[in-house]
Design a protein around this ligand. Structure first.
Ligand code: ATP
Length: 207
């Protein structure tokens, strides 16, 4: 089983780290791929891919079975999830269980993605709780079959939808960038990331 947790990670924060740790616990035999976007289709990123990748590597180091996967950084243009899923299907084969993990905020806008109707035949979906975000499953995912049993996802390659109760960590990258802009001394990021941001003067002067 390959579990996929993608995002802009601009920058990576404590919420992302706790989600990765929760996935490690929830999927005991899986590899957890943490996948930074090259160029978010819906918005710009604030620092280079190289910095975002370096910070992710620092934040995730030492968490067993978590792999920071730069698959989207090697492709030209925006990162479309269906392209990534197709590439991973080729790499791991048609029978491998692929689990796409999305925070409740991310799942709500899946119908705005490129070719979202292809998702059910490419991957399972695992929705992660996010503090103060209610979960709305868009119509484009209506052919998914819900299950309460995480281990069901081992039995098939794709097409199941599961919810994972994860700790509420009310933090976002937007908030981290705002705190930096206000010169707040304490950031909700791992200390290695705070040091990195300081060393390279990242996110300074962002409105
Ligand atoms: P931004 O504030 O810039 O939009 P973000 O904090 O939402 O960033 P992303 O890199 O866009 O971070 O998120 C990657 C994935 O992590 C998404 O699926 C998102 O829903 C999830 N996620 C981000 N923060 C949390 C959190 N605090 N708790 C649970 N899931 C989260």
């Amino acid at each position: 089983m390959q579990v996929l947790f993608g995002g802009t990670f601009d920058p990576v924060h404590n919420g992302h780290v706790v989600m990765a740790e929760s996935l490690v616990k929830a999927f005991p035999r899986a590899i957890i791929h943490v996948i930074p976007n090259r160029q978010p289709p819906h918005r710009k990123s604030y620092v280079s891919s190289e910095h975002r990748l370096a910070m992710l590597g620092l934040a995730m180091e030492g968490i067993p079975r978590v792999l920071v996967n730069a698959i989207e950084l090697g492709r030209d243009g925006p990162s479309f999830t269906v392209d990534t899923l197709r590439a991973l299907r080729e790499q791991f084969g048609g029978k491998e269980s692929l689990v796409l993990c999305l925070g409740a905020d991310a799942v709500r806008v899946v119908d705005e993605w490129y070719q979202p109707e292809l998702l059910p035949e490419l991957c399972h979906v695992c929705v992660l709780n996010r503090a103060s975000q209610s979960t709305v499953i868009p119509g484009v995912l209506s052919s998914y079959h819900s299950t309460d049993t995480l281990s069901d996802l081992n039995q098939k390659a794709c097409s199941l939808l599961v919810y994972l109760a994860t700790p509420d960590i009310p933090v976002s990258s937007t908030e981290v960038r705002e705190l930096i802009a206000k010169n707040e001394p304490t950031l909700p990021v791992p200390s290695k990331i705070a040091d990195y941001i300081k060393r390279y003067h990242l996110y300074q002067g962002i409105e």
